[in-house]
Each structure stands twice: as structure tokens, then as C-alpha cells.
Ligand binder design. Structure first.
Ligand code: IMP
Ligand code: MG
Length: 181
């Protein structure tokens, strides 16, 4: 059983798109931006987006939050748990939540509500990938890199069973044995 990865979004295409996202985020010239990256999946996207924001002349602060969603696929009311919280007070701040994929919307709906409840002046959302067909919670992103087909994707920070996060591109795991069958 050989597994290989079929490239969906290449390194070059991702780099271009991240540059466009940074230009869109920087356009309103936010003066007090706090980027909150949702771990683990967003680490590579967040790192590239932050460097692109720097190139646009912004100097955002950066925070990390680890969230875990339960019940996706099994329990329709799947809930979200804070595994690691941010250390920064968000009161009055312009928060930009950064995540890898917007799928059911539960994770980002939770994070957005949490930041608003804590008194953020504004909360925006940037995601690399959007799977609009899978939405369960009312949550849309302000900035979307790519609309993603309804396939399980890996790479560029995203994993399948703790593997493939290191890939510099986004791809789909293909099982050649399955294809032959
Ligand atoms: P949701 O929007 O709450 O369903 O959560 C989306 C999260 O599920 C993302 O941040 C990813 O961590 C994970 N996820 C969803 N789809 C995929 C995928 O295709 N590959 C890897 N992780 C995924
Ligand atoms: Mg995630």
C-alpha cells in the first residue's frame, strides 16, 4: 500500500495568494493589529502571512491559541475546548484570527465569540482554505485564500493522523492500492 500526495495548491500559488491576503488585511491600515493563530494547523500559514504583513508595512503582535473541537462527524452539536489560551488582553484590540481551514465553522465561530466577549474592538478572520459545503455553524471568513474541494487535505501545516504537516504545499493523500482496486 503506497501512499503519495497529489498537489492541490503548490508552493508558488500559495506564496502569491498569501501576498494578496496580506495586501487585503493591510489595506484598511490597522494600527493595533493582534494576530491570533489557531494551533496547530495554522502555524505555517500564520508564519508566511506575518512575513507578508511585515512586507506591507504592518507590525502586528502575535499570539497563539490551541483549540480542540469535539464531536465533528459524530455529534452534531460538537463543542470546542481551549487547550492553550492566549496571554494577551484583547480589550480594545483589532484581532485577526488566523486558521488553516474553515470547515464546519465551529472552531472559528467559538474563537470569534470568545474574542468579542473579551472586549476586542474588532475581530476578523483569515483562513487559507474554505470548505463552504461543510458549514454547520454561522461563521464566514473575512479573508479566504482558496476555496477548497470537499476532500481531506494535508500539508502546509495540516495533518492526517499527525503526518504531513511539513509539506510546503497543500495536497491530497492518494492511496495507489485504492486506485487500482
Ligand atoms: P471546523 O471549521 O471547526 O470544522 O474546524 C476546522 C478545523 O478542522 C481546521 O482548523 C483543521 O484543523 C481541521 N480540518 C478540517 N478539514 C481538514 C482537512 O481536510 N485536513 C486537515 N485538517 C482539517
Ligand atoms: Mg485547525
Amino acid at each position: 500500500m503506497t501512499k503519495r500526495i497529489e498537489v492541490l495548491f503548490s508552493e508558488e500559488v500559495i506564496a502569491e495568494t498569501v501576498g494578496s491576503l496580506a495586501r487585503a488585511v493591510a489595506a484598511p491600515r490597522p494600527d493595533d493589529l493582534l494576530v491570533v493563530a489557531i494551533l496547530k494547523g495554522s502555524f505555517m500559514f500564520a508564519a508566511d502571512l506575518l512575513r507578508a504583513l511585515h512586507r506591507e508595512g504592518l507590525a502586528p503582535q502575535v499570539e497563539f491559541m490551541m483549540l480542540s473541537s469535539y464531536g465533528a462527524g459524530t455529534v452534531s452539536s460538537g463543542s470546542v475546548r481551549i487547550v492553550r489560551d492566549i496571554d494577551t488582553d484583547v480589550r480594545g484590540r483589532q484581532v485577526l484570527l488566523v486558521d488553516d481551514i474553515l470547515e464546519s465553522g465551529r472552531t472559528l465561530a467559538f474563537a470569534r465569540a470568545l474574542m468579542a466577549e473579551r472586549g476586542a474592538a474588532s475581530v476578523k478572520v483569515a483562513v487559507l482554505l474554505d470548505k463552504p459545503g461543510k458549514r454547520q455553524a454561522a461563521c464566514e471568513a473575512d479573508h479566504v485564500g482558496f476555496v477548497c474541494p470537499d476532500k481531506f487535505v494535508v500539508g502546509y501545516g495540516m495533518d492526517a493522523a499527525h503526518q504531513w504537516r511539513q509539506l510546503p504545499f497543500v495536497g491530497v493523500v492518494v492511496d495507489d492500492a485504492d486506485k487500482a482496486a
